[in-house]
Design a protein. Sequence first.
Lengths: 174, 174
Amino acid sequence: MKAAEKLKAAIRDIPDFPKKGIIFKDITPLLQDARLFSETIEALAACCRDKPIDAIACVEARGFVFGAVLAHTLNVGLVLIRKKGKLPYATHQVSYDLEYGTDTLEVHQDAVKAGASVLVVDDVLATGGTIAAVYRLMEKLEAKVAGALFLIELSFLHGREKIKKYPVEAVITY
Amino acid sequence: MKAAEKLKAAIRDIPDFPKKGIIFKDITPLLQDARLFSETIEALAACCRDKPIDAIACVEARGFVFGAVLAHTLNVGLVLIRKKGKLPYATHQVSYDLEYGTDTLEVHQDAVKAGASVLVVDDVLATGGTIAAVYRLMEKLEAKVAGALFLIELSFLHGREKIKKYPVEAVITY
């Protein structure tokens, strides 16, 4: 796929970030260049063509970038998912295990209407733990999960296995 | 101004968040409704009509929502400003005082070319401390600061005084 290859070529490998042995995929070069940014959003939007979607849900912070632009492009609502204590109104909460300890995500209880079709969008699919937690938040909202869409999938981490309950797509795969 | 009044009516007051005595302006109702979200972006974009802008800079996390969509809408680059330790590549850093302690913001050293015209975008102008720090980051990049643009200005906090070095605009004022 030509568009994806072009985007892939602009993504920067950062060795040993955030810790030794991890090669971090730095997507900021895609954002800094207006044309590449636009092509990135087009590639994500192309994955949504045949999906009936009422809203896009995304997790802070990088997820907000892609989720917000995609929601605006597709003309659907935007649902923000944040770390505990950041959202001001009544929330649903879900905790999930990290390598060390746990983390808690929240969503506003009025973020979408029950029955709304919600697509979960994030920049990178790694182990899938965060997105599995987002699925649970969407279920608490009684939303229909349309699936998950990523710019990048790190397939060697097998995150797709953890979130295969709903359709999963990615523009770029490593 | 009619558009601004409509947006203002949708913003939700949350008393005592994040702490006692503060009335938090919750902008999530503007995001959840596709039409209001679109009108919010139009109102922000209308403030940029006569400005020559090469890039938009925004601070995590809510700033990413408005900054990203506005950059995409105006077809300019996007610069992410993050808390210390989040950006993977070589950064410039600026520390600034909070009510208790200090905070550090970072930007990638290659985020924009020297001389590029950068507009700083955020959801809320409160005390102005964060944006003053962002100005200093932009100056380290040798960017030209085109000004700062906010969805909401809390004028009773006099943040504008702290960032009047460059032009300041807001769609909604309290």
